[in-house]
Design a protein around this ligand. Structure first.
Ligand code: 7TS
Length: 407
């Protein structure tokens, strides 16, 4: 059937905004995507008609809020094809999901001399929590190197993963390079050594379908706000047996079964990991975001975004002295680049003056910048509501900026 981009754009009110007098071209989707009206209205309606706390009220409104909030858990389960609803833990986002794992795996699963494996392309959120865990336990952080195209090769991960590996934590899709990693092969290899696998899926579900049972990953983390949902809510998926073994993360209301001063027992999954009043409106918004994505087939999203990737690559390549950082064979519509003699921040600022939103800097991947020996890049990251015309506006905008800056 194909994607009807012009109609899709109408679902996103912000896309009709002007910025600095120009129609907005929003190319910072890897940071946070825009929200369709369906998500905005779901949140609005919750506060207008249902607002109440969840999981504790005897009154009808609280029960209504609980039903609406919990409906998202089932939607997420089906969305990533998890086996069980209570394998879906609500968190504040990818960052909190990974921190939860690093903190709780540190209490029993990881010991002095054990190795924790990440890759050179990880976001700081998938580096620092593991460093904290290493400091606490005496475990050692090992890093899978990437090649110059920004890919993890089979040889490179086989060289790093071994009998000492306890955890392998890898991104599904790189936020800076756009590389789509062959995580299934890495997960299978890690399992040969009995290691646990943690997938940082922050950049995946907006673009590609995720099936945690097919991947057979032990944990999968993502954020609602990068997949057309609200900020402040995300998911930790984990296999039931593993989540059951882990100790609680935060203490407080809802995560307990019984509290006395002498001893507290904990609630069952998923509540064991969900202390305190959650982001109820956010959860409902995430449910609406999933409904929205599912109203458009992934197959169509994939085909269209591939077209954007191909066209974007071709057109950006026409700019002289532009060098792509990351040119993987399998990549999403994310372009990081540098232009000789031009600082990314200056380029980003002049693009902004033309209504074009890109991100500049290290994108929370400083070790990756070190690998490529650059301080930062300009990054244009696309979503399915972006158009080929916007690629042209980006390219014209860059050409204009380069002319101004090299005067
Ligand atoms: N992992 C990856 C691969 C990411 O891209 C991000 C956010 C995170 C983890 C953290 O997600 P959060 O929702 O908890 O913040 N990436 C970006 C980015 O590329 N620009 O801004 C945030």
């Amino acid at each position: 059937m194909g994607l009807d981009v012009e109609n899709i754009r109408k679902d996103f009110p912000i896309l009709s905004e002007t910025v600095n007098g120009e129609p907005l071209v929003y190319l910072d989707n890897a940071s946070s995507s825009q929200k369709p009206l369906a998500v905005i209205e779901a949140i609005n309606n919750f506060y207008k008609t249902t607002n109440s706390n969840v999981h504790r009220g005897v009154h009808s409104l609280s029960q209504r809020a609980t039903t609406a909030y919990e409906a998202t858990r089932e939607k997420v389960r089906a969305f990533i094809n998890a086996n069980l609803e209570h394998e879906i833990i609500f968190t504040r986002g990818t960052t909190e999901s990974i921190n939860l794992l690093a903190a709780t795996l540190g209490k029993g699963h990881v010991h002095q001399g054990d190795e924790i494996v990440i890759s050179e392309m990880e976001h700081h959120s998938n580096i620092v929590p593991w460093q904290l865990l290493c400091e606490e336990t005496g475990a050692v952080l090992k890093v899978i190197p990437i090649n110059n195209k920004g890919e993890i090769t089979e040889e490179s991960y086989r060289n790093v993963i071994n009998e000492s590996t306890k955890i392998v934590a890898i991104c599904h899709v790189s936020n800076t390079l756009g590389t789509i990693n062959s995580i299934k092969a890495i997960i299978d290899y890690a399992h040969e050594f009995g290691a646990l696998t943690v997938i940082d899926g922050a950049q995946a579900p907006a673009h590609i379908p995720v099936d945690v049972q097919q991947l057979n990953c032990d944990f999968y983390c993502f954020s609602a706000h990068k997949m057309y949902g609200p900020t402040g809510i995300g998911i930790l998926y984990g296999k039931e047996t593993l989540l059951d073994e882990l100790p609680p993360y935060h203490g407080g209301g809802n995560m307990i079964e019984n509290v006395t001063f002498a001893k507290t027992t904990y609630n069952k999954l998923p509540h064991k990991f969900e202390a305190g009043t959650p982001n109820i409106a956010g959860g409902i918004g995430l449910g609406a975001a999933i409904d929205y994505i599912q109203s458009i087939a992934y197959e169509d999203i994939g085909k269209y975004e591939d077209e954007l990737t191909k066209y974007g690559r071709e057109q950006l390549s026409s700019i002289s002295n532009l060098r792509f950082i990351g040119d993987a064979a399998d990549k999403s519509a994310v372009f990081s680049f540098v232009i000789d003699g031009i600082h990314p921040l200056d380029l980003g600022t002049i693009l902004d003056q033309q209504g074009i939103a890109v991100r500049t800097g290290h994108h929370c991947t400083q070790p990756l910048m070190d690998k490529f020996e650059i301080p930062g890049t300009v990054r244009a990251s696309f979503a399915f509501y972006n158009t080929l015309g916007e690629v042209d506006r980006l390219v014209n905008g860059i050409n204009k900026a380069v002319a101004m800056l090299s005067r």
